[in-house]
Write a protein that binds this ligand. Structure first.
Ligand code: C2E
Ligand code: CA
Ligand code: CA
Length: 412
């Protein structure tokens, strides 16, 4: 069903080719949008928007246009603090389209989809169905206007508002639960649920990251003991900031807590983001080696985002390579992503590392990862991060679905 916001505010088609423009307008009308505006380039689009009392909810955007192109237009719109949902309709090559998708999301505009021209009704229906989700993301921007301070975060830490949610990791070879990743969540009485992107950088900047990590570790250790009493013995991955890793006092405190909880180091994997790790190779080398000596696993997280060289990778004793979501999402249809994904998995295997792909959302992505023999996968296709209590239910009742999903992957 078409969102009432789209019905009311309509769409703007920005396209220099008159025939293509008319064809897009017809397609939009067929899927139920009646309020439609047209512009032949970015400059004309700005004029149209300026004249309207209610700005369009959606902008269908061609990229290559004389006068003002699509990239400049989205920048201008964001500069005017107007962030419509965007559909990219362009015959440019896939790498260029991916780059524009990144620009659109960096500008905090909801991206409904990208397609070659002409627009198909099936594509449009699917893209428009994402509209409400995009609005939901925009609601976050209300919170974004609230300036979160280190005092807010400190208060949250001392009042138990920071908790761990858990997302299952699935072993590809036998479709079973291989472990879970602990992800921090801030449940604020005032603002509701706040995502890590809002408070982890704040914690890093104001020296609260060690306290936050220790808080997550305490929660994880308590949950692991609790699961164990119910007969669930699961490895847990914990995100560690490179800043914490460089602090020997923090490492001692963390190790002491794990030892006191009588949890085996073999059931914990520390994930460290690639982009922050190699700024000081020797410190990273010391910390990762110490964790390995104690028996913990160490994963290189967000692999592919940090430009690390193979030489650096082979020097640091990781146990796992976690390939960033940006190389998984859309890989079945985008050759350049598929190439990076495949070579990352091959390289990880050659270095003797367990390979994990994150952000798996579709059966096509699952199928590709099964074909490439990736060891483990994680993503919304199987489960979103959930509270500890829900994980128990998921383990007991929903785990069977994983096998069905994986079977669907291999069946096609
Ligand atoms: P990350 O370590 O790369 O975690 C994976 C993120 O991807 C999580 O976001 C997860 O909810 C999300 N995700 C999982 N599957 C899918 C999927 O299929 N599609 C999409 N679109 N997203 C998926 P989240 O929980 O918002 O965490 C964001 C980042 O915040 C994490 O990225 C991690 O870098 C950081 N973070 C989270 N918890 C902690 C923590 O306790 N300590 C530290 N230092 N960083 C943390
Ligand atoms: Ca992670
Ligand atoms: Ca990651």
């Amino acid at each position: 069903m078409l969102s009432p916001v789209i019905k009311q505010q309509g769409a703007l088609v920005v396209e220099d080719n008159a025939l293509q423009r008319a064809s897009t307008v017809r397609a939009l009308r067929r899927v139920g949008i009646t309020t439609l505006h047209e512009a032949e380039n970015g400059i004309a689009a700005l004029t149209v928007i300026d004249r309207l009392l209610v700005p369009p909810a959606i902008v269908v955007l061609d990229l290559d246009m004389p006068g003002m192109d699509g990239i400049e237009l989205v920048q201008q719109l964001a500069a005017n603090n107007y962030r419509p949902a965007i559909i990219i309709a362009s015959n440019a090559d896939t790498i260029l389209i991916s780059a524009v998708e990144t620009i659109v999301s960096e500008l905090k505009m909801p991206l409904l989809g990208s397609t070659k021209k002409p627009l198909l009704d099936t594509f449009l229906i699917e893209a428009l169905s994402c509209f409400d989700q995009g609005l939901h993301q925009q609601c976050e921007t209300v919170l974004e206007r609230v300036v979160l301070t280190p005092e807010h975060l400190q208060h949250a830490l001392t009042h138990g508002e920071i908790q761990a949610h858990y997302q299952p990791k699935i072993a590809v070879h036998n479709s079973t639960l291989a472990g879970v990743e602990a992800l921090a969540r801030w449940h604020s009485d005032r603002w509701g649920s706040i995502i890590p992107a809002r408070f982890i950088p704040l914690a890093e900047q104001f020296g609260l990251i060690n306290q936050l990590t220790l808080c997550i570790i305490d929660t994880v250790l308590a949950d692991m003991r609790n699961w164990r009493q119910s007969g669930i013995d699961l490895p847990v991955s914990i995100n560690l900031s490179a800043r914490s890793l460089a602090d020997p006092d923090f490492l001692e405190q963390m190790l002491a807590r794990i030892e006191a909880a009588a949890i085996r180091p073999q059931s914990i994997v520390f994930e460290i983001t690639e982009s922050t790790l190699f700024s000081d190779t020797i410190t990273s080398l010391v910390a990762v080696s110490r964790l390995r000596l104690k028996g913990f696993g160490v994963s290189l997280d967000d692999y592919g985002t940090g430009f690390s060289s193979v030489q650096q990778l082979s020097k640091i004793p990781f146990t796992e390579l976690k390939i960033d979501r940006s190389f998984v999402s859309g890989a079945p249809y985008k050759e350049h992503l598929r190439t990076i994904l495949q070579s990352s998995i091959e390289m990880g295997k050659r270095l003797g590392l367990r390979t994990v792909a994150e952000g798996v959302e579709t059966l096509a992505e699952l199928r590709l990862l099964q074909k490439l023999h990736c060891d483990e996968i994680q993503g919304y296709l199987f489960a979103r991060p959930m509270p500890s209590s829900d994980l128990k239910d998921w383990f007991n009742h929903d785990q069977g679905c994983v096998r069905d999903i994986c079977r669907q992957g291999t069946a096609n």
